[in-house]
Design a protein. Sequence first.
Lengths: 277, 230
Amino acid sequence: LKDGTPSTANSAIFLERQQRRSIGAIGMVFAQWGVMTRRDPAASPTDAVGSSPPSRVISSRRSESGDDSTTAASQLDQAMNRYADGDEGAFAELFLGLGPRLRGFLRRLSGSADVADDLLQETFLRLHAARGGFARGRPVLPWAYAIARNCYVSRARSARVRLEQAATGEAALEKAAGPGTQEQEGIARQMAEAVDRALQGMTAARREAFVMLRYEGLSVAMAAQIAGVSEGALKIRAFHAYEIIRAALAEQAAPQTPAPENAGSSSNDGRTAAYGL
Amino acid sequence: VIVAHFPSFDHVPDPLGQASQEPPRGLPAALGTPPPNRTEARRRRQAAVLLSLGWFASHLVVSGVRYDLWTLTAGYAVSQIGVPLVLALGCLYVALRPGQWGLGSSTASVVALALGGPLSFGLIALTSRALPATGADAHPWLGVLLCSDLMLAWMSTPLFAAAFALRRAFAAGAVWRSALVGSSVGLASAVTVNLHCDISDAFHLVMGHAVPVAAASAFAAAVVTRWLRA
Protein backbone atom coordinates (compact mmCIF):
# COMPACT_ATOMS: atom_id res chain seq x y z
CA LEU A 1 0.00 0.00 0.00
CA LYS A 2 2.97 2.27 -0.27
CA ASP A 3 2.94 5.30 -2.47
CA GLY A 4 3.39 4.58 -6.11
CA THR A 5 2.41 0.95 -5.84
CA PRO A 6 -0.05 0.03 -8.55
CA SER A 7 -3.58 -0.38 -7.29
CA THR A 8 -3.88 -3.82 -8.86
CA ALA A 9 -0.98 -4.99 -6.69
CA ASN A 10 -2.79 -3.63 -3.66
CA SER A 11 -5.86 -5.53 -4.71
CA ALA A 12 -3.82 -8.69 -5.04
CA ILE A 13 -2.46 -8.25 -1.51
CA PHE A 14 -5.92 -7.66 -0.20
CA LEU A 15 -7.36 -10.64 -2.00
CA GLU A 16 -4.62 -12.93 -0.81
CA ARG A 17 -5.29 -11.80 2.71
CA GLN A 18 -8.98 -12.49 2.28
CA GLN A 19 -8.23 -15.95 0.94
CA ARG A 20 -5.97 -16.65 3.90
CA ARG A 21 -8.82 -15.77 6.17
CA SER A 22 -10.79 -18.49 4.43
CA ILE A 23 -13.85 -16.37 4.04
CA GLY A 24 -15.08 -18.85 1.51
CA ALA A 25 -16.41 -18.77 -1.94
CA ILE A 26 -17.17 -15.07 -1.97
CA GLY A 27 -13.48 -14.40 -1.39
CA MET A 28 -12.76 -16.39 -4.51
CA VAL A 29 -15.32 -14.33 -6.34
CA PHE A 30 -13.46 -11.19 -5.48
CA ALA A 31 -10.23 -12.91 -6.45
CA GLN A 32 -11.74 -13.59 -9.85
CA TRP A 33 -12.76 -9.97 -9.91
CA GLY A 34 -9.17 -8.91 -9.26
CA VAL A 35 -7.84 -11.24 -11.95
CA MET A 36 -10.46 -9.96 -14.32
CA THR A 37 -9.58 -6.32 -13.71
CA ARG A 38 -5.87 -7.03 -14.04
CA ARG A 39 -6.46 -8.76 -17.32
CA ASP A 40 -8.51 -5.95 -18.76
CA PRO A 41 -8.35 -2.78 -16.73
CA ALA A 42 -10.31 -0.84 -19.29
CA ALA A 43 -13.27 -3.16 -19.16
CA SER A 44 -16.44 -1.40 -18.26
CA PRO A 45 -18.29 -2.43 -15.08
CA THR A 46 -21.17 -3.74 -17.10
CA ASP A 47 -18.88 -5.87 -19.22
CA ALA A 48 -17.44 -7.47 -16.15
CA VAL A 49 -20.81 -8.67 -14.97
CA GLY A 50 -20.79 -11.25 -17.68
CA SER A 51 -24.02 -13.06 -18.19
CA SER A 52 -25.91 -11.27 -15.46
CA PRO A 53 -26.02 -7.56 -16.24
CA PRO A 54 -28.05 -5.33 -13.99
CA SER A 55 -31.66 -4.95 -14.93
CA ARG A 56 -31.49 -1.21 -14.48
CA VAL A 57 -28.47 1.03 -14.77
CA ILE A 58 -28.36 3.58 -12.03
CA SER A 59 -26.46 6.73 -12.66
CA SER A 60 -23.20 6.82 -10.75
CA ARG A 61 -23.31 10.55 -10.47
CA ARG A 62 -25.36 12.37 -7.98
CA SER A 63 -28.14 13.91 -9.98
CA GLU A 64 -28.80 17.58 -10.08
CA SER A 65 -32.47 16.90 -9.86
CA GLY A 66 -33.93 16.00 -6.51
CA ASP A 67 -36.53 13.72 -8.09
CA ASP A 68 -33.90 11.76 -9.99
CA SER A 69 -31.77 11.23 -6.92
CA THR A 70 -34.82 10.19 -4.93
CA THR A 71 -35.78 7.71 -7.61
CA ALA A 72 -32.25 6.33 -7.77
CA ALA A 73 -32.14 5.98 -4.00
CA SER A 74 -35.50 4.27 -4.01
CA GLN A 75 -34.30 1.84 -6.68
CA LEU A 76 -31.23 1.09 -4.61
CA ASP A 77 -33.37 0.47 -1.54
CA GLN A 78 -35.53 -1.93 -3.51
CA ALA A 79 -32.45 -3.65 -4.90
CA MET A 80 -31.04 -4.10 -1.40
CA ASN A 81 -34.36 -5.47 -0.20
CA ARG A 82 -34.34 -7.99 -3.01
CA TYR A 83 -30.74 -8.86 -2.30
CA ALA A 84 -31.44 -9.34 1.41
CA ASP A 85 -34.30 -11.63 0.43
CA GLY A 86 -31.92 -13.77 -1.60
CA ASP A 87 -32.02 -12.29 -5.10
CA GLU A 88 -28.35 -12.64 -6.08
CA GLY A 89 -28.82 -10.66 -9.27
CA ALA A 90 -29.48 -7.47 -7.34
CA PHE A 91 -25.84 -7.28 -6.30
CA ALA A 92 -24.75 -5.88 -9.64
CA GLU A 93 -27.34 -3.15 -9.36
CA LEU A 94 -26.18 -2.34 -5.85
CA PHE A 95 -22.57 -2.25 -6.95
CA LEU A 96 -23.28 0.16 -9.75
CA GLY A 97 -25.44 2.38 -7.60
CA LEU A 98 -23.42 2.41 -4.39
CA GLY A 99 -19.89 1.87 -5.69
CA PRO A 100 -19.01 5.36 -6.90
CA ARG A 101 -20.41 7.09 -3.87
CA LEU A 102 -18.78 4.75 -1.39
CA ARG A 103 -15.52 4.97 -3.30
CA GLY A 104 -15.58 8.75 -3.08
CA PHE A 105 -16.37 8.54 0.61
CA LEU A 106 -13.49 6.16 1.22
CA ARG A 107 -11.11 8.21 -0.87
CA ARG A 108 -11.89 11.27 1.16
CA LEU A 109 -11.43 9.40 4.41
CA SER A 110 -8.25 7.56 3.46
CA GLY A 111 -6.69 10.17 1.22
CA SER A 112 -5.56 7.53 -1.24
CA ALA A 113 -7.26 6.11 -4.31
CA ASP A 114 -5.49 2.78 -3.97
CA VAL A 115 -6.48 2.34 -0.35
CA ALA A 116 -10.03 3.40 -1.22
CA ASP A 117 -10.21 0.71 -3.88
CA ASP A 118 -9.10 -1.92 -1.39
CA LEU A 119 -11.54 -0.67 1.21
CA LEU A 120 -14.34 -0.63 -1.35
CA GLN A 121 -13.79 -4.30 -2.08
CA GLU A 122 -13.86 -5.08 1.61
CA THR A 123 -16.97 -2.97 2.05
CA PHE A 124 -18.87 -4.93 -0.57
CA LEU A 125 -17.57 -8.17 0.86
CA ARG A 126 -18.96 -7.20 4.25
CA LEU A 127 -22.15 -5.86 2.73
CA HIS A 128 -22.59 -9.20 1.00
CA ALA A 129 -22.01 -11.14 4.20
CA ALA A 130 -24.28 -8.91 6.27
CA ARG A 131 -27.21 -8.77 3.90
CA GLY A 132 -29.41 -10.89 6.19
CA GLY A 133 -29.25 -8.15 8.80
CA PHE A 134 -30.53 -5.40 6.53
CA ALA A 135 -33.84 -4.15 7.91
CA ARG A 136 -36.76 -4.23 5.51
CA GLY A 137 -38.01 -0.85 4.32
CA ARG A 138 -34.98 1.07 5.49
CA PRO A 139 -32.68 3.10 3.20
CA VAL A 140 -29.56 1.28 2.07
CA LEU A 141 -27.29 4.30 1.82
CA PRO A 142 -26.75 4.96 5.55
CA TRP A 143 -26.27 1.25 6.11
CA ALA A 144 -23.68 1.05 3.35
CA TYR A 145 -21.92 4.15 4.62
CA ALA A 146 -21.74 2.61 8.09
CA ILE A 147 -20.17 -0.56 6.73
CA ALA A 148 -17.69 1.44 4.65
CA ARG A 149 -16.79 3.45 7.72
CA ASN A 150 -16.25 0.24 9.68
CA CYS A 151 -13.82 -0.93 7.01
CA TYR A 152 -11.95 2.34 7.17
CA VAL A 153 -11.84 2.34 10.97
CA SER A 154 -10.56 -1.24 10.99
CA ARG A 155 -7.76 -0.25 8.68
CA ALA A 156 -6.97 2.99 10.47
CA ARG A 157 -6.65 1.18 13.79
CA SER A 158 -4.08 -1.29 12.63
CA ALA A 159 -0.60 -0.55 13.94
CA ARG A 160 0.94 -1.43 10.60
CA VAL A 161 -0.94 1.33 8.86
CA ARG A 162 -0.03 3.86 11.50
CA LEU A 163 3.62 3.03 11.09
CA GLU A 164 3.28 3.18 7.34
CA GLN A 165 1.66 6.58 7.45
CA ALA A 166 4.28 7.91 9.82
CA ALA A 167 7.06 6.69 7.56
CA THR A 168 5.83 7.68 4.15
CA GLY A 169 2.79 9.89 4.48
CA GLU A 170 -0.37 9.35 2.51
CA ALA A 171 -0.41 9.74 -1.22
CA ALA A 172 -1.54 13.01 -2.64
CA LEU A 173 -5.04 13.05 -4.01
CA GLU A 174 -5.91 13.67 -7.56
CA LYS A 175 -7.28 17.12 -7.91
CA ALA A 176 -10.20 17.93 -10.08
CA ALA A 177 -9.74 20.97 -12.24
CA GLY A 178 -12.87 22.99 -12.65
CA PRO A 179 -13.79 25.18 -15.60
CA GLY A 180 -12.30 28.63 -15.74
CA THR A 181 -9.15 30.51 -16.57
CA GLN A 182 -5.74 29.12 -15.75
CA GLU A 183 -5.40 31.54 -12.87
CA GLN A 184 -8.76 30.54 -11.43
CA GLU A 185 -7.89 26.90 -11.86
CA GLY A 186 -4.58 27.43 -10.12
CA ILE A 187 -6.19 29.19 -7.19
CA ALA A 188 -8.88 26.54 -6.96
CA ARG A 189 -6.25 23.82 -7.06
CA GLN A 190 -4.22 25.46 -4.32
CA MET A 191 -7.30 25.87 -2.16
CA ALA A 192 -8.27 22.25 -2.72
CA GLU A 193 -4.77 21.13 -1.85
CA ALA A 194 -4.88 23.18 1.33
CA VAL A 195 -8.19 21.58 2.29
CA ASP A 196 -6.80 18.16 1.43
CA ARG A 197 -3.72 18.69 3.60
CA ALA A 198 -5.86 19.95 6.45
CA LEU A 199 -8.21 16.98 6.15
CA GLN A 200 -5.41 14.45 6.17
CA GLY A 201 -3.70 16.20 9.06
CA MET A 202 -6.63 16.06 11.45
CA THR A 203 -7.88 13.13 13.49
CA ALA A 204 -9.93 10.46 11.77
CA ALA A 205 -12.96 11.23 13.91
CA ARG A 206 -12.99 14.88 12.91
CA ARG A 207 -12.28 14.06 9.28
CA GLU A 208 -15.11 11.58 8.97
CA ALA A 209 -17.55 13.96 10.66
CA PHE A 210 -16.67 16.76 8.25
CA VAL A 211 -16.65 14.51 5.18
CA MET A 212 -20.05 13.06 5.96
CA LEU A 213 -21.62 16.47 6.52
CA ARG A 214 -19.89 18.55 3.88
CA TYR A 215 -19.10 16.20 1.00
CA GLU A 216 -21.52 13.32 1.40
CA GLY A 217 -24.42 15.58 2.25
CA LEU A 218 -25.72 13.51 5.14
CA SER A 219 -27.87 14.99 7.84
CA VAL A 220 -26.35 15.50 11.26
CA ALA A 221 -28.62 12.88 12.79
CA MET A 222 -27.77 10.29 10.16
CA ALA A 223 -24.02 11.01 10.30
CA ALA A 224 -24.09 10.78 14.08
CA GLN A 225 -25.84 7.42 13.86
CA ILE A 226 -23.28 6.15 11.37
CA ALA A 227 -20.39 7.31 13.55
CA GLY A 228 -22.04 5.89 16.65
CA VAL A 229 -21.94 9.14 18.60
CA SER A 230 -24.48 11.70 19.72
CA GLU A 231 -25.46 14.55 17.41
CA GLY A 232 -23.81 17.08 19.68
CA ALA A 233 -20.54 15.17 19.68
CA LEU A 234 -20.59 14.92 15.91
CA LYS A 235 -21.25 18.63 15.53
CA ILE A 236 -18.32 19.43 17.78
CA ARG A 237 -16.05 17.12 15.79
CA ALA A 238 -17.15 18.69 12.52
CA PHE A 239 -16.74 22.15 13.94
CA HIS A 240 -13.19 21.45 15.06
CA ALA A 241 -12.44 20.07 11.61
CA TYR A 242 -13.91 23.19 10.11
CA GLU A 243 -11.71 25.36 12.31
CA ILE A 244 -8.62 23.54 11.08
CA ILE A 245 -9.71 23.89 7.46
CA ARG A 246 -10.58 27.53 7.96
CA ALA A 247 -7.12 28.21 9.34
CA ALA A 248 -5.55 26.35 6.43
CA LEU A 249 -7.57 28.32 3.90
CA ALA A 250 -6.73 31.59 5.59
CA GLU A 251 -3.06 30.69 5.55
CA GLN A 252 -3.30 29.77 1.90
CA ALA A 253 -5.09 32.97 0.97
CA ALA A 254 -2.91 35.31 3.02
CA PRO A 255 0.08 35.69 0.65
CA GLN A 256 -2.19 36.10 -2.35
CA THR A 257 -4.14 39.04 -1.01
CA PRO A 258 -2.75 42.50 -0.36
CA ALA A 259 -2.10 43.50 3.21
CA PRO A 260 -5.42 44.46 4.75
CA GLU A 261 -6.03 48.06 5.61
CA ASN A 262 -7.94 47.01 8.63
CA ALA A 263 -5.77 44.78 10.78
CA GLY A 264 -8.80 43.15 12.36
CA SER A 265 -10.40 41.96 9.13
CA SER A 266 -9.91 38.49 7.73
CA SER A 267 -7.69 37.91 4.71
CA ASN A 268 -9.64 34.99 3.30
CA ASP A 269 -11.73 37.03 0.83
CA GLY A 270 -14.93 36.39 2.70
CA ARG A 271 -15.18 32.66 2.17
CA THR A 272 -14.44 31.75 5.75
CA ALA A 273 -15.29 35.01 7.43
CA ALA A 274 -18.96 34.14 7.33
CA TYR A 275 -20.94 32.71 10.23
CA GLY A 276 -19.24 35.01 12.71
CA LEU A 277 -16.42 32.50 13.24
CA VAL B 1 -22.74 27.46 21.29
CA ILE B 2 -21.31 25.19 18.60
CA VAL B 3 -24.26 22.85 18.76
CA ALA B 4 -26.82 25.64 18.79
CA HIS B 5 -25.28 27.72 15.99
CA PHE B 6 -23.89 25.00 13.80
CA PRO B 7 -22.43 26.55 10.63
CA SER B 8 -22.87 25.46 7.03
CA PHE B 9 -19.74 24.20 5.33
CA ASP B 10 -20.77 24.91 1.74
CA HIS B 11 -17.94 27.35 1.08
CA VAL B 12 -15.23 24.79 1.81
CA PRO B 13 -13.90 23.53 -1.54
CA ASP B 14 -13.94 19.83 -2.39
CA PRO B 15 -10.40 18.54 -3.05
CA LEU B 16 -11.66 15.59 -5.06
CA GLY B 17 -14.51 17.19 -6.94
CA GLN B 18 -15.51 15.14 -9.95
CA ALA B 19 -12.69 12.68 -9.29
CA SER B 20 -14.72 11.23 -6.45
CA GLN B 21 -17.48 10.29 -8.86
CA GLU B 22 -15.38 7.96 -10.98
CA PRO B 23 -16.86 4.49 -11.20
CA PRO B 24 -15.05 1.71 -9.34
CA ARG B 25 -13.25 -1.07 -11.13
CA GLY B 26 -15.15 -4.10 -12.38
CA LEU B 27 -17.74 -6.29 -10.82
CA PRO B 28 -17.68 -9.81 -9.47
CA ALA B 29 -18.37 -12.28 -12.24
CA ALA B 30 -20.75 -14.24 -10.07
CA LEU B 31 -21.57 -14.69 -6.44
CA GLY B 32 -20.27 -17.77 -4.70
CA THR B 33 -21.87 -19.49 -1.74
CA PRO B 34 -24.58 -17.10 -0.67
CA PRO B 35 -24.56 -15.82 2.91
CA PRO B 36 -27.77 -16.13 4.94
CA ASN B 37 -30.58 -14.09 3.51
CA ARG B 38 -33.07 -12.20 5.63
CA THR B 39 -35.39 -15.16 6.14
CA GLU B 40 -32.57 -17.41 7.22
CA ALA B 41 -31.15 -14.72 9.48
CA ARG B 42 -34.55 -14.38 11.16
CA ARG B 43 -34.73 -18.13 11.65
CA ARG B 44 -31.29 -18.15 13.20
CA ARG B 45 -32.30 -15.44 15.64
CA GLN B 46 -35.45 -17.31 16.63
CA ALA B 47 -33.43 -20.50 17.07
CA ALA B 48 -30.91 -18.65 19.24
CA VAL B 49 -33.67 -17.28 21.47
CA LEU B 50 -35.28 -20.70 21.81
CA LEU B 51 -31.92 -22.33 22.49
CA SER B 52 -31.12 -19.77 25.16
CA LEU B 53 -34.49 -20.11 26.86
CA GLY B 54 -34.20 -23.90 26.77
CA TRP B 55 -30.66 -23.68 28.12
CA PHE B 56 -31.71 -21.55 31.08
CA ALA B 57 -34.81 -23.64 31.74
CA SER B 58 -32.96 -26.93 31.63
CA HIS B 59 -30.33 -25.70 34.07
CA LEU B 60 -32.99 -24.37 36.37
CA VAL B 61 -34.74 -27.72 36.29
CA VAL B 62 -31.53 -29.62 36.95
CA SER B 63 -30.27 -27.23 39.63
CA GLY B 64 -33.65 -26.86 41.26
CA VAL B 65 -35.94 -23.97 42.04
CA ARG B 66 -35.43 -22.19 45.37
CA TYR B 67 -37.51 -23.69 48.17
CA ASP B 68 -39.04 -20.36 49.21
CA LEU B 69 -40.17 -19.29 45.75
CA TRP B 70 -43.85 -19.23 46.61
CA THR B 71 -43.32 -17.37 49.88
CA LEU B 72 -41.27 -14.52 48.46
CA THR B 73 -42.50 -11.03 49.21
CA ALA B 74 -43.95 -9.16 46.27
CA GLY B 75 -41.29 -6.49 46.49
CA TYR B 76 -38.45 -8.97 46.41
CA ALA B 77 -39.98 -10.94 43.54
CA VAL B 78 -40.50 -7.79 41.50
CA SER B 79 -37.05 -6.33 42.17
CA GLN B 80 -35.06 -9.53 41.69
CA ILE B 81 -37.09 -11.39 39.08
CA GLY B 82 -39.55 -9.02 37.41
CA VAL B 83 -37.26 -6.02 36.94
CA PRO B 84 -34.30 -7.96 35.47
CA LEU B 85 -36.68 -9.83 33.19
CA VAL B 86 -38.12 -6.57 31.86
CA LEU B 87 -34.63 -5.09 31.55
CA ALA B 88 -33.42 -8.16 29.64
CA LEU B 89 -36.28 -7.93 27.17
CA GLY B 90 -35.82 -4.17 26.86
CA CYS B 91 -32.09 -4.50 26.20
CA LEU B 92 -32.67 -7.10 23.52
CA TYR B 93 -35.43 -5.05 21.90
CA VAL B 94 -33.35 -1.87 21.78
CA ALA B 95 -30.27 -3.74 20.52
CA LEU B 96 -32.17 -5.32 17.63
CA ARG B 97 -34.48 -2.43 16.78
CA PRO B 98 -33.64 -1.24 13.24
CA GLY B 99 -34.39 2.43 13.91
CA GLN B 100 -35.12 5.08 11.35
CA TRP B 101 -32.21 4.28 9.01
CA GLY B 102 -31.66 0.64 9.77
CA LEU B 103 -28.70 1.51 11.99
CA GLY B 104 -30.37 0.81 15.30
CA SER B 105 -31.84 3.01 17.99
CA SER B 106 -30.34 6.38 18.73
CA THR B 107 -26.86 6.29 20.21
CA ALA B 108 -27.99 8.08 23.35
CA SER B 109 -30.71 5.54 24.15
CA VAL B 110 -28.46 2.58 23.41
CA VAL B 111 -25.66 3.93 25.61
CA ALA B 112 -28.09 4.85 28.38
CA LEU B 113 -29.61 1.39 28.48
CA ALA B 114 -26.28 -0.43 28.06
CA LEU B 115 -24.94 1.39 31.11
CA GLY B 116 -28.20 1.79 32.99
CA GLY B 117 -29.47 -1.76 32.67
CA PRO B 118 -26.76 -3.60 34.62
CA LEU B 119 -26.22 -0.59 36.88
CA SER B 120 -29.86 -0.31 37.90
CA PHE B 121 -30.01 -4.03 38.60
CA GLY B 122 -26.95 -3.68 40.81
CA LEU B 123 -28.39 -0.68 42.62
CA ILE B 124 -31.65 -2.50 43.22
CA ALA B 125 -29.70 -5.44 44.61
CA LEU B 126 -27.63 -3.11 46.77
CA THR B 127 -30.68 -1.54 48.33
CA SER B 128 -32.64 -4.75 48.80
CA ARG B 129 -33.30 -6.08 52.26
CA ALA B 130 -32.57 -9.69 53.16
CA LEU B 131 -35.62 -11.87 53.52
CA PRO B 132 -36.52 -12.74 57.13
CA ALA B 133 -36.00 -16.44 56.52
CA THR B 134 -32.37 -15.95 55.51
CA GLY B 135 -29.92 -16.83 58.24
CA ALA B 136 -26.39 -15.55 58.68
CA ASP B 137 -24.06 -16.84 56.00
CA ALA B 138 -20.88 -18.27 57.51
CA HIS B 139 -18.98 -18.17 54.19
CA PRO B 140 -20.30 -15.26 52.13
CA TRP B 141 -17.56 -15.41 49.48
CA LEU B 142 -18.21 -19.08 48.85
CA GLY B 143 -21.80 -18.34 47.92
CA VAL B 144 -20.70 -15.38 45.81
CA LEU B 145 -18.21 -17.47 43.86
CA LEU B 146 -20.71 -20.27 43.42
CA CYS B 147 -23.39 -18.01 41.99
CA SER B 148 -20.87 -16.10 39.85
CA ASP B 149 -19.57 -19.33 38.40
CA LEU B 150 -23.08 -20.56 37.75
CA MET B 151 -24.09 -17.35 36.02
CA LEU B 152 -20.97 -17.16 33.89
CA ALA B 153 -21.41 -20.77 32.82
CA TRP B 154 -25.08 -20.29 32.07
CA MET B 155 -24.34 -17.18 30.00
CA SER B 156 -21.77 -18.82 27.76
CA THR B 157 -24.11 -20.73 25.47
CA PRO B 158 -26.59 -17.87 24.92
CA LEU B 159 -23.70 -15.50 24.18
CA PHE B 160 -22.29 -17.98 21.71
CA ALA B 161 -25.73 -18.38 20.15
CA ALA B 162 -26.08 -14.60 19.91
CA ALA B 163 -22.66 -14.30 18.27
CA PHE B 164 -23.72 -16.88 15.69
CA ALA B 165 -27.25 -15.64 15.06
CA LEU B 166 -26.40 -11.94 15.01
CA ARG B 167 -23.19 -12.25 13.02
CA ARG B 168 -22.54 -8.97 11.16
CA ALA B 169 -25.93 -7.66 12.25
CA PHE B 170 -24.79 -4.28 13.59
CA ALA B 171 -23.55 -1.85 10.98
CA ALA B 172 -23.35 1.08 13.40
CA GLY B 173 -22.92 1.37 17.15
CA ALA B 174 -21.73 -2.22 17.28
CA VAL B 175 -19.91 -1.95 20.60
CA TRP B 176 -22.82 -0.52 22.55
CA ARG B 177 -25.39 -2.71 20.87
CA SER B 178 -23.24 -5.75 21.59
CA ALA B 179 -23.08 -4.59 25.19
CA LEU B 180 -26.87 -4.52 25.18
CA VAL B 181 -26.99 -8.09 23.93
CA GLY B 182 -24.55 -9.07 26.68
CA SER B 183 -26.65 -7.24 29.25
CA SER B 184 -29.74 -9.02 28.03
CA VAL B 185 -28.09 -12.42 28.35
CA GLY B 186 -26.63 -11.50 31.74
CA LEU B 187 -29.95 -10.26 33.07
CA ALA B 188 -31.73 -13.38 31.82
CA SER B 189 -29.09 -15.39 33.63
CA ALA B 190 -29.69 -13.26 36.74
CA VAL B 191 -33.41 -14.05 36.59
CA THR B 192 -32.59 -17.74 36.37
CA VAL B 193 -30.14 -17.65 39.24
CA ASN B 194 -32.59 -15.66 41.34
CA LEU B 195 -35.10 -18.42 40.79
CA HIS B 196 -32.52 -20.88 42.07
CA CYS B 197 -30.50 -19.10 44.75
CA ASP B 198 -32.14 -18.50 48.14
CA ILE B 199 -29.50 -16.17 49.54
CA SER B 200 -31.03 -12.72 49.69
CA ASP B 201 -28.59 -10.39 51.42
CA ALA B 202 -27.40 -7.35 49.51
CA PHE B 203 -23.71 -8.29 49.46
CA HIS B 204 -24.44 -11.62 47.81
CA LEU B 205 -26.89 -10.15 45.34
CA VAL B 206 -24.49 -7.45 44.24
CA MET B 207 -21.30 -9.50 44.08
CA GLY B 208 -22.79 -12.81 43.05
CA HIS B 209 -25.64 -11.75 40.77
CA ALA B 210 -25.13 -8.17 39.56
CA VAL B 211 -21.40 -8.14 38.91
CA PRO B 212 -21.61 -11.07 36.45
CA VAL B 213 -24.26 -9.13 34.52
CA ALA B 214 -21.84 -6.22 34.15
CA ALA B 215 -19.12 -8.69 33.23
CA ALA B 216 -21.31 -10.17 30.50
CA SER B 217 -22.02 -6.71 29.14
CA ALA B 218 -18.33 -5.78 29.14
CA PHE B 219 -17.34 -9.08 27.57
CA ALA B 220 -19.89 -8.66 24.80
CA ALA B 221 -18.73 -5.09 24.16
CA ALA B 222 -15.08 -6.11 24.02
CA VAL B 223 -15.18 -9.52 22.37
CA VAL B 224 -18.55 -10.51 20.93
CA THR B 225 -18.74 -7.24 19.03
CA ARG B 226 -16.04 -8.55 16.69
CA TRP B 227 -18.58 -10.99 15.31
CA LEU B 228 -21.56 -8.67 15.45
CA ARG B 229 -20.03 -5.70 13.63
CA ALA B 230 -20.92 -5.57 9.95
